[in-house]
Design a protein around this ligand. Structure first.
Ligand code: HEM
Length: 425
């Protein structure tokens, strides 16, 4: 993880400098957009489109034209998008629910009898990795059985961190990362591709399986390299974003016992102490608002980048030449004045249906926008609500005395050093 807080500092500056301002970060320049009205305008896919950020471009050697990093004109984006949309729909979640439950079971076995404060971020990372590994390509990383990370996980992290270092290094350190780091990165990428290719090869002969990989193999519209890009994309895009969102949600519940009590009462009423059924998860309306509010204050992906298709003027006064990227800084947007006088206050009821309706539609963007918005949104939300509900069924999570929330940032925000005491109910 990189020790930077550039996005957090830029968020703090929004009140003073917003709604549009430029900041430099080593050799990168960001034009931030933080105002809800301007973000609404930028969300118009007829005038604007996704820009593949340098931080995403540098991981193309690993995931190529996979959904997250594809340029808008690349044909595999459309082919994969059309094929996979139904597999990520709310209805499709029914199919993933049992494997998500099985991973919850592993989490609670892992935590059973813990007498010291547990490492929440590490545990949530295991949960989401196991879920996406199994749903994506029927693979278990054995995260709960191992004492050290699976080599696949280490390689994936190293590649993502190497990419971050490449875009954030000062120009003077151009040669610093050097040949050795480059070679190691190439070797990591070759290893990751090899593992996925092996799973694909095993499937092509026989049973194709009922996971996302099986769906792609059955459809026959993507070649094996494109399929491998998608599998690695799900791991890169869907693992830490989701685990960090679980961790922030648990943090806010532990920090606000009255909110936790209300969420727990809901869980007790809707589910009781049995295993949650698929339909019950969507009925946890209050808990879902807690998750939405956590993602408002800490949208775990700090934002996304947009470009104008043709020269234009944003909000009637900010010239936006075609192709010049503007970055929607989600944590600053989520503190825009449309959120009221006290945007730092944690208040899940901001997401009551009537209050949602009274707010401008594009004031909340944790999952990006338009046609290139997050395909894994439902998948992420179902598992976050489910996992947190199973924690509330069993425990009263409590923060160690004096814990103050701080977040690391890279491709995602994640709480630093978040531990909790789990008192069984
Ligand atoms: C809380 C969890 C998550 C957050 C906050 C999140 C956030 C985002 C954001 C902001 C984007 C837009 C990126 C851009 O415009 O450059 C995005 C795209 C994407 N996300 Fe997620 N994501 C989450 C979970 C997931 C999961 C679980 C998966 C897969 C299983 C996933 C897969 C993707 C993919 C494939 C794209 C690219 C979609 C496209 O361009 O067609 N995400 N996500």
């Amino acid at each position: 993880m990189l020790s930077t807080s550039f996005m957090q500092e830029s968020t703090r500056l929004a009140r003073e400098l917003g709604p549009v301002y430029k900041r430099e970060f080593f050799n990168l320049e960001f034009t931030f957009v933080t105002g809800a009205d301007l973000v609404a305008e930028l969300s118009d896919d007829r005038r604007f489109e996704k820009h593949v950020l340098p931080a995403l471009e540098v991981i193309r050697p690993m995931i190529g034209d996979g959904l997250l990093t594809a340029y808008n004109h690349e044909p595999n984006w459309r082919a994969a998008h059309d094929l996979l949309m139904p597999a990520f729909s709310q209805t499709a979640m029914r199919g993933y629910h049992p494997l998500m439950l099985a991973v919850c079971g592993q989490l609670h076995d892992h935590w059973a009898g813990a007498d010291a404060a547990v490492d929440v971020t590490a545990a949530m990372a295991k949960v989401t990795l196991e879920i996406i590994g199994r749903a994506g390509f029927g693979y278990s990383f054995g995260s709960f059985e191992r004492t050290t990370a699976h080599p696949f996980v280490t390689a994936l992290k190293d590649v993502l961190n190497h990419g971050q270092r490449l875009v954030t290094r000062p120009p003077i350190a151009g040669g610093f990362l050097g040949k050795r780091a480059g070679e190691r990165n190439d070797a990591d990428i070759a290893y990751l591709k090899g593992v996925v290719d092996e799973v694909i090869a095993q499937r092509t002969g026989g049973d194709r399986g009922a996971d996302l990989l099986g769906l792609m193999l059955d459809a026959d519209t993507l070649d094996p390299a494109a399929i491998r890009n998608q599998v690695l994309t799900f791991l890169a895009a869907g693992h830490e974003t989701t685990s960090a969102a679980m961790s922030f949600t648990l943090y806010y519940l532990a920090a606000h016992p009255e909110i936790a009590a209300r969420a727990r009462t809901e869980v007790d009423t809707v589910i009781g102490s049995a295993e949650p059924e698929f339909e019950q998860v969507a009925k946890l309306r209050y808990l879902r608002r807690v998750v939405d509010e956590s993602l408002r204050l800490w949208p775990t992906a700090p934002g996304y980048s947009r470009v104008a298709k043709q020269d234009t003027v944003l909000g009637g006064c900010y010239p936006m030449p075609a192709g010049e990227p503007f970055f929607v800084l989600a944590p600053a947007l989520h503190r825009d004045p449309v959120w009221g006088d006290d945007p730092e206050a944690f208040d899940p009821d901001r997401f009551l249906p009537e209050r949602n309706r009274s707010r401008p539609a594009h004031a909340y963007k944790p999952f990006g926008t338009g046609i290139r918005a997050c395909i894994g949104r439902q998948f992420a939300l179902h598992q976050i609500v489910l996992v947190v509900a199973t924690v509330l069924q069993r425990y009263e999570p409590e923060l160690p005395a004096g814990y103050e929330l701080r977040a690391s940032e890279g491709l995602t925000f994640n709480p630093i050093g978040l531990r909790m005491h789990l008192t069984p109910r």
